[in-house]
Design a protein around this ligand. Structure first.
Ligand code: AK6
Length: 311
């Protein structure tokens, strides 16, 4: 898959030099690729959106470098999420290349378990990302409210995430940040992978890390890793959803790192998952990526099969 190295900048911090110049992100130009019936967004023939095309509603949350709002596209009445990113912030942190890369990656993806990016536009001060709305909000908030979930519920989500990750990996994208904060729930309470703040095209390497360590695979603490880090994170997530806390949680980052590297998976007496679920967890949380279960292995696992009917 191509990265954002070719042709002219798709996204520039300069204001559009001429009105309605089509903003081109690789081949995924705006919402042109969106099937209206699938997206509920019908193109109006305009080459690009601007803020005046939207009614802005309540804030949905805070993201990296900006806020996300509920919004409605006036022409179609389609309800979407609108992420507003301040160009000053992008400039200050020198992350235009990253933003451009994320937008390019995201606009190529179309999968029912991956939050769609319908398009983007910008004005003098801000960049706007128009994304699919997940009406039931963040999995993180649900987890805070419910502490933990029953096995049929978690099995359904783990299966959906295994499908999303299969799709991403097939497109050579390692998500690298699978955790409840980055997962949203649609109208059916099915899960959508939403944030690509840390995703990368296979082959890239990042040198700095600034996030929670809880979901980090042991090999990511070292020099080289591949898409199997996402399978580890899926194991951490499954553990947290069933048990109510992350498996290698500790007070200090150094402790967490040490626990990720060395500790066996243990289960608290008051929240021990079923034998089948534990078996899957241990297969996902293999320190050696070579020994880790594959995504197909997850999808074929008896624990998922058992609960597939119930969910
Ligand atoms: C929230 C909900 C839906 C929306 C589209 C920024 C960046 C510097 C992305 C980004 C691509 C890029 C960036 C973020 C996203 C999201 C929207 C998730 O900000 N990049 C500055 C460098 C890079 O993919 N993705 O922002 S989630 C949404 C909620 C809350 C409740 N329901 N439905």
């Amino acid at each position: 898959m191509a990265t954002a190295t070719s042709t002219a900048p798709a996204l520039s911090l300069k204001s559009p030099s001429r009105a309605n110049k089509p903003v081109d992100v690789a081949d995924g130009n705006q919402a042109a690729a969106v099937k209206p019936e699938a997206a509920g967004v019908v193109r109006t023939g305009k080459p690009q959106w601007s803020l005046s095309d939207f009614d802005i509603g309540k804030p949905l949350g805070r993201g990296k470098f900006g806020h996300v709002y509920l919004a409605r596209e006036k022409n179609t009445q389609a309800v979407v999420a609108l992420k507003v990113i301040f160009k000053k912030q992008v400039e200050k942190h020198d992350v235009l290349k990253q933003l451009r890369e994320e937008v390019e990656i995201q606009s190529r993806l179309q999968h029912p378990r991956v939050l769609r990016l319908y398009g983007y536009f910008h004005d003098d001060k801000r960049v706007y990302l128009v994304t699919e709305l997940a009406p039931n909000g963040e999995l993180f908030k649900q987890l805070q409210k419910e502490k933990r979930f029953d096995e049929p519920r978690v099995a359904a989500w783990v299966g959906q995430l295994a499908e999303a990750l299969t799709y991403l990996h097939r497109h050579h994208i390692i998500h690298r940040d699978i955790k409840p904060e980055n997962l949203l729930l649609d109208a059916n309470n099915d899960v959508k992978v939403a944030d690509f703040g840390w995703s990368t095209v296979t082959g890239h390497k990042r040198t700095t890390f600034c996030g929670t360590l809880d979901y980090l695979a042991p090999e990511m603490l070292g020099e080289s890793y591949d898409e199997r880090v996402d399978i580890w994170s899926l194991g951490v997530l499954m553990y947290e959803l069933l048990v109510g806390k992350a498996p290698f949680d500790a007070e200090e980052n150094e402790q967490t790192q040490e626990r990720i590297r060395s500790d066996a998976v243990a289960f608290p007496d008051d929240a021990t998952p079923s034998a089948e679920a534990r078996e899957l967890l241990l297969a996902l949380l293999q320190k050696d990526p070579e020994q880790r279960l594959s995504l197909q292995g997850v999808l074929d696992h008896p624990w998922l099969k058992r609960h597939a009917a119930a969910a």
